[in-house]
Design a protein around this ligand. Structure first.
Ligand SMILES: Cc1cc2nc3c(=O)[nH]c(=O)nc-3n(C[C@H](O)[C@H](O)[C@H](O)COP(=O)(O)OP(=O)(O)OC[C@H]3O[C@@H](n4cnc5c(N)ncnc54)[C@H](O)[C@@H]3O)c2cc1C
Length: 423
């Protein structure tokens, strides 16, 4: 029987029509109502923003960076080409952020952890016990409800005064006397942004690429994965979804991403037909593990990573096995007991640049170091640090690398982050 969106079938609908408006009214009450605020100048296709900090990309790193910048008093705009915040955590469906702990204690906290904790609590889920060192690293990843997480991230942006522009992306970036002019486009919207600092959180450092700063990319990249659920129970926030490796998945541009998505979905359809199970869940796009990394002022090597080097300009911790996915799968290499890698501020700065900083999986690192650094808790830690550095730079009219490290550390601590080193 065909059900309509109110859960009634066609015969019920016809009967309610025959019974008159009172009965029809009953069917409609199952829809609740809210009214969107009127957007000022909605009919105007061109808008302008003057902000301190522009964050491009609202994924694992980006929304944290924006919330941090807003909370620290920067006028902040976040431009995200999709329809919600969270990136790979939400739109990609990799809703099991990790790792916030190492060797029995928490090493990454701050805004990312606040969001994860609140979404688990609101969802009635369970947080891992960080005092216990798990047998396998993934036991301490946190299952979050991707839908709740995205909404909470939006709420926290609003509370921090961060403006959000969905469905938009930069088309041109030019240098100005005190920062940048970034021309963005979305459907029905052309947005000119004048900002002092850019935080590039696009995953593949797309703004850095537009500006012509060098980026690193492997000939063959790790596969992406398309997440879905075939048959069984759709246990969002409790259980991981099924994963399908999409080899060759490439988030470089709309054409390569389209190809990855269609390849993933076609294969899911084939499995539905073959296994004769119901498709219970399908993410809207592929999760991309790897594309471009920046060539930064410092490049984190796998030796830096596995030895737990504490960089002089460390701004956050990271923790995860070296985790390189290949055509034959993945064999994570756990870190040796007691080792906790750190991320230096200078690995977030494109070499030779001013007034731009990155955060997320595009951090300057060799491929093996990146396979561990790219996980969500680490990206959130980088995002918060980038938010602090960009805000302080905008306030003092300098560039993130020239902000005194003591000031960055102090503000990070004030906002609940755990900071390596003593600066
Ligand atoms: C299949 C898979 C499994 C993984 N497993 C784990 C795991 O178990 N635990 C874990 O912690 N991590 C895991 N990871 C790694 C982790 O999820 C990602 O590396 C991390 O989320 C990347 O964060 P990011 O902020 O750099 O990028 P993303 O979260 O991808 O965010 C980038 C955002 O930028 C937006 N964007 C891109 N370009 C533009 C543009 N030009 N203009 C505007 N917006 C733009 C995108 O729409 C997106 O929202 C996994 C990754 C994948 C793909």
């Amino acid at each position: 029987m065909n059900k309509n969106e109110n859960g009634t079938d066609r015969r019920d609908f016809l009967q309610s029509g025959l019974l008159g408006t009172a009965a029809a009214g009953l069917a409609i009450t199952s829809t609740s109502h809210v009214t969107a605020q009127t957007v000022p100048d909605a009919a105007e296709p061109e808008v302008t923003n003057e902000v301190d900090v522009l964050v491009v990309g609202g994924g694992s790193a980006g929304h944290v960076a924006a919330i941090q910048a807003g909370r620290a008093g920067a006028k902040t705009l976040i431009v995200e080409r999709n329809s919600q915040l969270g990136g790979t955590t939400t739109t990609g469906g990799v809703a099991f952020p990790g790792l916030f702990d190492a060797w029995g204690k928490q090493v990454i906290a701050g805004i990312g952890w606040e969001l994860v904790k609140e979404s688990v609590e609101l969802d009635g889920g369970q947080l891992p016990n960080f005092a216990r060192v798990p047998q396998r690293h993934w036991e301490n990843q946190v299952h979050v409800n991707q839908f709740l997480y995205a909404i909470l991230a939006e709420e926290k942006c609003a509370q921090a005064g961060v403006e959000i522009a969905y469905y938009e992306f930069p088309q041109a970036v030019t240098k100005t006397d005190d920062g940048w002019q970034v021309d963005c486009v979305g459907f029905g919207t052309k947005r000119r942004v004048r900002c002092k600092q850019i935080i590039d959180c696009t995953g593949g450092a797309e703004v850095v690429g537009m500006l012509g700063f060098p980026r690193l990319r492997e000939e063959e990249r790790q596969p992406g994965s398309y997440l879905f659920m075939l048959g069984g129970e759709r246990a969002i926030g409790r259980k991981q979804l099924h994963r399908l490796y999409v080899h060759g998945a490439d988030s470089t541009n709309s054409r390569t991403a389209t190809e990855a998505n269609m390849t993933g979905r076609k294969s899911v359809l084939a499995r539905v037909r073959k296994e004769k199970k119901r498709l219970m869940h399908l993410q809207p796009e592929t999760g991309f593990r790897e594309s471009y990394r920046i060539q930064g002022e410092t490049l984190i090597s796998v030796n830096d990573y596995t030895s737990g080097r504490v960089f002089d300009d460390a701004i956050s911790y990271a923790f995860y096995p070296v985790d390189l996915h290949t055509k034959t799968g993945v064999r994570p290499k756990p870190l040796k007991p007691g080792k906790v890698p750190t991320i230096p501020l200078s690995a977030l700065i494109p070499k030779g640049s001013r007034n731009i900083i990155v955060a997320g999986r595009c951090v300057s690192s060799d491929r093996l170091a990146n396979s561990g650094l790219r996980v969500q808790a680490s990206c959130m830690g980088m995002g918060q640090a980038a938010g602090v550095a960009a805000t302080l730079a905008a306030k003092s009219g300098t560039t993130p690398l020239e902000v005194p490290l003591t000031e960055i550390h102090a503000l990070l601590r004030e906002h609940g982050q755990i900071v390596p080193g003593k600066a």
